[in-house]
Design a protein around this ligand. Structure first.
Ligand code: HEM
Length: 461
């Protein structure tokens, strides 16, 4: 545990890059164990002193990114604060004002921009998501239930019997051994490599992304260090987290495919065209005709591809979810778009029971994904991808089309599948994903966590 961690102020830099791994929360940089079980907690800080005490108690249980990078060992607790949470801790106003504007506004205020309307609009969100009483987000993740209980007990000791701090939401989550989430697709495959993190990337065609894209205080892809919350001790080695509880309408999705396809094989193909990968994780770019489970399961090959030889989308439609979310080299000809400025680390998780295979009727269960984004620029990374690439089709020359799976569809949308001799167009796309709520958080570095325990002194020690 962190009791033997390097003391703050004597941070060591990762060889050659200056990335201070021992000051960055482990859950931010490291992949999660696979499979895993976990719990998300949201806490409300009733008074400043109790809040600071909570931070003081959390500090020793948050591990740094310098510890083992073996995903099997990756049990971890991570913590983030909303803008309202930082306020509740008594962070001075000039410091609060130095955070990214969208973080200051909070996710509910960004709803119209993000396409969270109708059933997904904040007035329909699960309580207390999106409300000002959400102050602290804690995630506890472990490879199995026994380790989770051990970690959860440590987290509980931080907030239990602390009058003035209240757990206001709890969401259990898990990742299946297959890595598949509720629509049946293996998820979490496409991730960027972070320069200096010593965590290997999975796409040899994509050089590691500059650390400043994901961790505050380092040069980013533009060559400079971006804006960082002040004072430096608070901002440095922190990052922004976006979490969203996304309900997936699995029965509606299966019924839609059944209605559009003439056979089970065609159902699988249409599903793959919508995602950009087969359910096994095998990318259409590498096996466009039929699934290749061996390829899907091979981390050395399943993310080694681009779209440069398929600009018209005959293998993988330009409108497929994964291609929209990361067009890779398909946009190289668009001089104004630098895909590297819109990358993100994803730490998604399943919640709720899976709908058994073959069932087409809705069983009324709440199931889906806790989507988690990690990045230094919530606006040009998460919000850009969500608004410009998933909810809009201008960049692929189909302005009226939204992401067929995760886009804000309303029953009128279409999805084009290029094929010869004539393209296929799926009509009347219903919404398959409903936003249940979420929040923007700031995940401080470890030294910043100590500072937050007593912002008045202006020092971390
Ligand atoms: C319930 C909603 C969603 C589902 C079911 C979903 C599912 C998937 C699946 C199956 C993949 C392919 C496997 C992989 O590469 O990891 C994927 C990739 C990805 N998704 Fe999502 N996703 C959802 C929402 C989102 C949202 C809201 C965003 C961003 C705003 C997003 C961003 C990405 C990115 C960046 C990739 C990787 C693309 C690549 O590098 O090739 N996803 N998603």
């Amino acid at each position: 545990m962190s009791s033997d961690r390097t003391s703050p102020g004597t941070m060591t830099a990762a060889a050659g890059t200056g990335l201070e791994l021992d000051d960055i929360q482990r859950g931010v940089l490291h992949q999660r164990p696979s499979p895993y079980v976990g719990t998300y907690l949201l806490l409300r800080i009733g008074n400043r002193d109790a809040g600071r005490k909570l931070v003081r108690r959390l500090y020793p249980v948050i591990e740094s990114a310098q510890t083992s990078s073996d995903p099997a060992q990756n049990a971890s607790i991570a913590v983030g604060f909303t803008y309202q949470g930082l306020k509740a801790l008594g962070v001075p106003q000039d410091s609060l004002d130095s955070f990214a504007p969208e973080f200051r506004q909070g996710m509910a205020a960004r709803a119209a921009e993000l396409g969270d309307t109708g059933d997904s609009s904040p007035q329909n969100w699960e309580k207390p998501l999106g409300r000002p009483e959400v102050h602290v987000a804690v995630s506890v993740l472990a490879p199995d239930a026994a380790q989770l209980e051990d970690l959860a007990a440590r987290a509980r000791r931080a907030h239990d019997e602390l009058p003035g701090v209240e757990v206001i939401w709890r969401q259990d989550c898990y990742q299946l051994p297959t890595g598949r989430t509720s629509f049946g697709f293996k998820d979490g495959i496409g991730q960027p490599a972070v320069e200096g993190s010593a965590i290997p990337g999975t796409n040899p065609d994509e050089p590691p992304i500059k650390a400043g894209e994901f961790i505050l205080g380092y040069p980013d892809e533009t060559g400079s260090v971006g804006p960082m919350p002040a004072p430096e001790v608070l901002g440095r080695n922190g990052t922004y987290l976006v979490f969203r509880k996304l309900h997936t309408r699995v029965a509606a999705y299966r019924q839609y495919l059944r209605a559009k396809a003439a056979s089970r094989e065609e159902e699988a193909l249409l599903g793959a065209k919508m995602v950009g990968r087969w359910q096994s994780g095998a990318p259409l770019a590498l096996c466009p005709e039929q699934d290749d489970p061996g390829l899907g399961a091979d981390p050395g090959r399943n993310n080694h591809f681009g779209y440069g030889d398929d600009l018209r989308g005959f293998k993988c439609p330009a409108g497929a979810h994964a291609r929209r979310a990361n067009p890779r080299n398909a946009l190289d000809h668009e001089m104004s778009v630098n895909v590297r400025l819109h990358r993100m680390l994803r730490r998604g998780t399943s919640y709720g029971p899976m709908l058994p295979d073959g069932i087409l009727e809705d069983d009324g269960e709440d199931r889906g994904i806790i989507f988690v984004f990690v990045g230094a620029y919530p606006k040009r990374q998460f919000e850009f991808v969500k608004t410009q690439w998933l909810n809009d089709g201008i960049f692929i020359g189909a302005p009226a089309e939204k992401d067929p799976l995760a886009g804000a569809n309303d029953g009128t949308g279409t999805f084009t599948i290029p094929q010869r001799p004539i393209r296929r167009r799926l009509q009347s796309l219903p919404p398959f994903v409903i936003t249940r709520g979420g929040e923007y958080c700031f995940a401080p570095g470890l030294r910043a966590l100590r500072w937050l325990a007593d912002p008045d002194t202006g020092t971390a020690d």
